[in-house]
Design a protein around this ligand. Structure first.
Ligand SMILES: [Zn+2]
Length: 168
């Protein structure tokens, strides 16, 4: 994985406290959940969160990968024809460039690119999951300032929050 911790989005909760958003960990925590109901709840949240910014990610990620493939094909053509020798063309540079484009493209597709933190927070709290630590917000009381406090990490999130588990 491409250093997922480094890709965590920093955001502020409803009380302006700095929090890191853990939406890229939803699939991992779903895989670790032995209860199929909890697993499905995390996966459902993951599917909704991944819709945020998906068109941007697809366009930019696929463009970078196609660019890498096109440049790679061009240089393979030059190498096969042998014309680089006559112009003294170093082939290592282009190979590194192609690899960089491909890695960038995959990073864009899999990473935090294109996610809007405010939308992520809205989607995750609507699913009753803390955007910061992924704890369930079920049953957490609404405070006097209209916030729901995460019982695990203490982050404060605005309603709407589903405060009961969805019916099976
Ligand atoms: Zn939390």
């Amino acid at each position: 994985m491409l250093g997922e911790d480094a890709q965590r989005h920093a955001a502020r909760d409803a009380r302006r406290c700095k929090r890191s958003l853990s939406y890229l960990q939803l699939r991992r925590i779903a895989a670790l959940s032995p209860d199929p109901l909890l697993h499905e709840r995390f996966m459902q949240c993951d599917r909704k969160v991944r819709r945020i910014g998906r068109p941007t990610r697809l366009v930019v990620g696929c463009f970078l990968i196609l660019l890498g493939v096109a440049v790679g094909a061009l240089f393979v053509g030059i190498a096969v024809s042998g014309s680089h020798r006559s112009v003294g063309f170093p082939i290592q540079g282009p190979i590194a460039g192609v690899a960089m484009f491909l890695l960038l493209g995959v990073g864009v597709l899999r990473g935090a690119f294109g996610y809007n933190p405010a939308k992520v927070i809205r989607v995750m709290t609507a699913q009753g999951i803390c955007p910061s630590c992924l704890a369930f917000l079920d049953g957490a009381p609404v405070q006097s300032d209209g916030c729901v406090e995460c019982p695990d990490c203490g982050a404060a999130w605005r309603a709407p929050v589903i405060t009961s588990a969805p019916a099976p």
